[in-house]
Design a protein around this ligand. Structure first.
Ligand code: NAD
Ligand code: DAU
Length: 339
């Protein structure tokens, strides 16, 4: 079987490729990635020489290139990770989010229709449900929670989700959608909370916490997300949405303090900065459906996952220092310079 993975040079896509090569060595993986600021080809070095792996640099919005690739590869399954993924960037410049996240999804599905894939899987996010109040710990996002987005990023992902379900109903495209909570782990770009705090703490730089740091996220180790997607594409029911999350809610400030403690850095590095516009308060996934239907449960507890993640960033300084010293530096100045 050939699995076409988009966005495989990014954080979750690369972890998914490594997981698939290990778990299903009989399946060939074709990775399509535009290599935006968030895509890093060096991440894929471990599989570049693997005969069951092929990397193709292309934009998922480039209809001609994507159709030509489908003509050549005839993939059985498509897993669409490719996206602009950072909320803060979407607040600065929404346009590219609409382009890649919505139009790119349409191109991938048009090609999937024409070449008759057995499954098109859309990697979505819990952010499409909006947020939950802090004073209602009894509330969780289920698959039937209405879409109610806050940022250009989450709106573009929700738009894509609607389009995916429309392609299923209108054209009979065999789709599945997964909506996962916040991931952490190796190869996450150091603009996201956990790797940003690790990198800054290691460089004794201020740790910028938005607002009061009370916002709650539901953290999942990236490998558990990859396992869930693997199960969904092989055993999930066509036309269904699956929420993925591990009931691991934590306030941002507690995460940052924990990182300080684990790295032996002083909490005095923590700096409270202007809040994100439209900042979602709390995300919390109810994963009952994927557990009941596919037997999925998270396997890595947060204490172990965060320890592994910190060790990874300590052992792969070159990977993130190259990023931090490049284009990201000017982004960092723009976003935090006067915050
Ligand atoms: P990422 O930003 O680390 O990686 C995105 C990848 O997509 C990069 O390699 C980039 O080069 C590529 N890409 C971007 N635009 C492209 C285009 N037009 N054509 C081809 N490739 C393109 O993102 P991530 O954190 O790995 O997220 C992957 C997916 O998972 C996204 O769809 C995101 O919405 C979703 N998601 C992320 C999280 C999370 O916590 N990170 C949680 C739930 C869902
Ligand atoms: O929930 C899934 C989503 O999780 C994914 O769909 C997104 O692609 C992914 O980026 C992530 O979105 P968040 O906005 O939750 O992640 P981020 O790491 O940007 O921020 C996590 C929390 O930390 C959020 O409440 C904002 C806060 N934060 C973030 C940064 C970068 C800070 O306080 N300081 C920071 O410098």
């Amino acid at each position: 079987m050939t699995i076409l993975v988009t966005g495989g040079a990014g954080f979750i896509g690369s972890n998914f490729i490594f997981y698939e090569r290990e778990k299903h060595p009989e399946d060939r993986i074709v990775c399509v990635d535009k290599l935006t600021y968030a895509g890093n080809l060096s991440t894929l070095a471990p599989v570049m020489d693997d005969p069951m792996f092929r990397f193709v640099k292309a934009d998922i919005c480039d209809r001609k290139a994507i159709f030509a690739l489908f003509e050549e590869e005839r993939p059985d399954i498509v897993v669409n990770f490719a996206a602009e993924s950072h909320v803060d960037r979407s607040i600065e410049d929404p346009g590219v989010f609409l382009e890649t996240n919505i139009m790119g999804t349409a191109v991938m599905m048009d090609a999937s229709r024409k070449y008759g894939v057995t499954r098109y899987h859309q990697v979505s996010t819990d952010e499409v449900y909006g947020d939950l109040p802090l004073d209602r710990p009894d509330l969780f996002f289920t698959e039937t929670t209405p879409l109610h987005t806050s940022s250009p990023y989450s709106s573009s992902k929700a738009g894509a989700d609607l389009l995916v379900m429309a392609y299923h109903r209108t054209f009979g495209l065999p789709v599945t959608v997964s909506r996962c909570s916040n991931n952490y782990g190796p190869y996450q770009f150091p603009e996201k909370l956990i790797p940003l705090m690790i990198a800054n703490a290691l460089n004794d730089k201020p740790l910028p916490v938005y607002g009061k740091g009370e916002n709650v996220r539901d953290w999942l180790y990236v490998e558990d997300h990859c396992k869930a997607i693997d199960l969904i594409i092989r055993e999930g029911r066509v036309g269904e949405v699956y929420n993925i999350g591990g009931h691991n809610e934590m306030a941002n400030i507690d995460i940052v303090k924990l990182i300080c403690r684990l790295l032996g850095k002083p909490e005095s590095l923590i700096t409270f900065v202007t809040d994100r516009k439209g900042h979602d308060m709390r995300y919390a996934i109810d994963p009952a459906k994927i557990h009941a239907e596919l037997g999925w449960l998270p396997e890595t507890m947060f204490a172990e996952g965060i320890r592994r993640t910190i060790v990874w960033y300590l052992e792969h300084r070159e990977w993130w220092e190259t990023i931090v010293s490049g284009e990201y530096r000017s982004y960092y100045e723009k976003m935090y310079g006067s915050r």
